[in-house]
Each structure stands twice: as structure tokens, then as C-alpha cells.
Design a protein around this ligand. Sequence first.
Ligand SMILES: [Zn+2]
Length: 484
Amino acid sequence: MSGEQDLGITESKEHSPGEWYAEVVQKAGLADYAPMGGFIVTRPRGYAIWERIQSHLDGWFKDTGAQNAYFPLFIPESYLEREKDVVEGFDPEVAWVTHGGHDELEERLAVRPTSESIIAPFMADWTRSHRDLPLRLNQWCSVVRWEATETKPFFRTKEFLWQEGHTAHADEDGAWDETMTRLDQYERLYEEVMAMPPLKGRKPPHDKFPGAHTTTTVEALMPDGKSVQAATSHYLGTSFAEAFDITYADEDEEENVAHTTSWGLSWRAMGALIMTHSDDQGLVLPPALAPTQVVVVPIWQEDTKDDVLEYAADLAAELEEADVRVELDDRDHRNPGFKYNEHELNGVPLRIEVGPHEVEDEEATLVHRPDGESETVDRDDIDDTVEDHLDTIHAKLYASAEETLEGEIREAESREEILGTIGQHGGYVKCGWCGDEDCEDPIKEAIAAEIVMVPLDRDEEPIHDDCAICGEDAEETAYFAKSY
Ligand SMILES: [Zn+2]
């Protein structure tokens, strides 16, 4: 049958992860490449996954005091220049608008690489007294960073979708709590919704967000041994508030400078999700994010067709009533084998097979997408049974990702050991570190691995007494990895 050859994934996750990833994204109908290099088109199936990620996070944000707002796509150059670290940090990546129609603009406009510089002046306006604080804004939008790298859907694109939260607080404690609340929500998203165990930490000082006091991060390990910065939450201190005059009168009418935060998660989370769970049959999705959670596939001969179809339709209707996202695949012109392959490619977490035997015995056969495990169950209480199986599928995905992560954190005590271990295995290598950026350089130059994080707790004792690179006293534990 023509078409069947087009369906399968031909690349191997193990041997050619880059090509395999690109093939899964396209064949599972998540995204296509746009005509301009660095841009992608997100197809409905891909966008549906993003919407579910969005809806989980958005609910938690609102439950914890954040409100959504929307600011312009363009930022006047003079606004961008008000925080010098931001200008310097983003300068090579900013796309500029110089003309409106045929007329040259008096002031060029930056296409937002991030929105601190356009949001902060309004936060300053809206903050008069301590009663206006905390002020918590969030924006769902796209940003543009003109990086000249090879396009990798959801991982590396010049324009990407994200959310950016921006908050102002009366003091450091309030702002620091906020930073951690958001970091915990990102961790929760990865664990409970995406079935991935992330590592939580801080960026080393030389790699924090431009202008930030502290950048906290959740990092996720990819199957090719590289780390992905999966979301970040920044405590900005008072630098942005000073640059943009976010001040407030306290209870004694004294003028104070606010402390601010910003925090963001992009669709790179989707890239990490696809790469972590999917396999050589195609996409694998955790049930919480799958647009279709269950597909019911009836298997019939001419003489059993009516009975099987009626039974399958009833079953699907009952699941739909229980709010399971279910699809009945009763297409006449496709055989069951073709349908199985297609739903596996598209990452439907649970397949229910219904044939004459199931009808006769009032049963249903459930097959798990991630590992093909199947079980024949009673037709009674099928909605509860299916919910249990979807939970089991989430747990299986999580356990498998966790097992991979645990085996991929190793220790090293010398520069050679760091290079050898990452060179051979990839993954994370933790070691003592003196805190000097210069000690990262030789690792970066030799194998393009860097310090992706240090422990969140500043008081935590380093795992070794000496810096693995220079031998001086270690200040903290550094996690080295190659990263996206
Ligand atoms: Zn050192």
C-alpha cells in the first residue's frame, strides 16, 4: 500500500538523534520548516501540546497571584538602553525595525528579545505605595533572538513562543520567595505533566541573565547526553528597579526601591518532551499532554462488523463522557495494522482493541504506547480502568527518564577526568569548583561542555575540597555538561 512507507520513522534515536528528532517532529505532524531559515510553522497537533502546557502553568500562575497582560512587540531603542547589561547581553541577537512603510523611523525599534525594558516603565508607573505591591504580571507571547545557528524545531528557532513573568516586591524576601515559587511551578510541570525529572539549581554567576542578581534554572537531561535549560526564574535584585524607577512609599512615607523578578518557560520544553520520551516508532506523549489520550480500534470481519462497531462506539462514548480525550478509529479503508502504526507515530498513549472476542466476553484489550504492554480487562467500569492505565503510563515514562538521569550523573576530581567522562558518556559531571570562570574555559574549549548549574543552596558544602581544574579550594559543586 502506498503511503505506508511514508509513515514510519527511518532514522534511529540511538545512532542519529538529530535526524531522528527532525523526522519525528515532521512525521508526527507537529511542525514544518518555514521558508525563512530559523523559523518554523507549528501545526495543529504541535500547537495543541503547547496549549496544554500553557493551560497547566497559567492556572498555577493565576492561583498564586499573577495576572496576564500584553505589551507591544516592539521596544524603542532608548528603552532597551536603560539597563546596560540587557543591551550588552542581547545586542548581537536583536532584530531591528528601521522603516515604517517607506519612511525611516526617527528611533529604531527592537523586536522584543525579552520584555523587561518595555514592562518595567509601566510597573514603575503603577507602583506608588507599598499597597501596590507585590505586582505580578505575566505575558504569553513570542520573542525574537537572531541567532545564526542551525534550525532545530522548538530547540533553536529565531522566533519562539514563551511566557515571561515580571514581578515587583517591597523587599528581597518577597522577591526571592517569588523566584522560588515560579521555579517550583516549573519543576512541578516537568514532573506531574511532562513525566520528566529535572534538576534544580543556580546558573554560575558568569552565566546568569544579564542584569540579574541570581538566575535559577531547571535542567533536563536529553537522551543524547546533553542538558537543556528547561526554564529559568531570576531574582533581579534592585538593578532593574533602579534603572526604571520602580519605587514605592512605605508605611512611613519613605521612598524605597522595589526588588523585581522575571521568569520564563519557552516551547523548548516541548522539544525536551519530544526528545525524552519518543522512540523509533515515533512520538510518545504523557497522557496529560496528548491531544488524543485513547484510540479505540475496532477489528472486524464482514460478519462481525455491525456488532464490533456498535460495541466500540459505545465504549468510546462512555470514555468521552468521563472526559477522556478519545477517538474512535472506524475508518473502513485502513486495516488495523496500519492504524496501530499511525497512532503509535502520533503518540496516542493508550490503544483499545475491540474484536469479536472482546464483544463476546464483554472485555477490551488495552495496549500501552511506550512499551507495548497489553492487558485484557472487563468492559464494566472501563472509564476507571482507563484512568488507572493512563496514570500507569505516566509513571512508566517518569520512571524510565528518572533511571536514565540517575545513571548519568558522575563525579570527577581532575580536568582530565571531566573531559574523559563527558567525552565518553555525556551526561552530567559534578566536581569541586573554585568559583572562577577561568576554570570553565579549558573544558569549554576542549569539548564544548560548560557549567550548566551549581546547587541552589549557597551554603551547601562542595562535594570535594579542591577545584578539579586548578586545585585551589573549592567553593561549590559545579555540574558540567554539554548543553543545547
Ligand atoms: Zn578553579
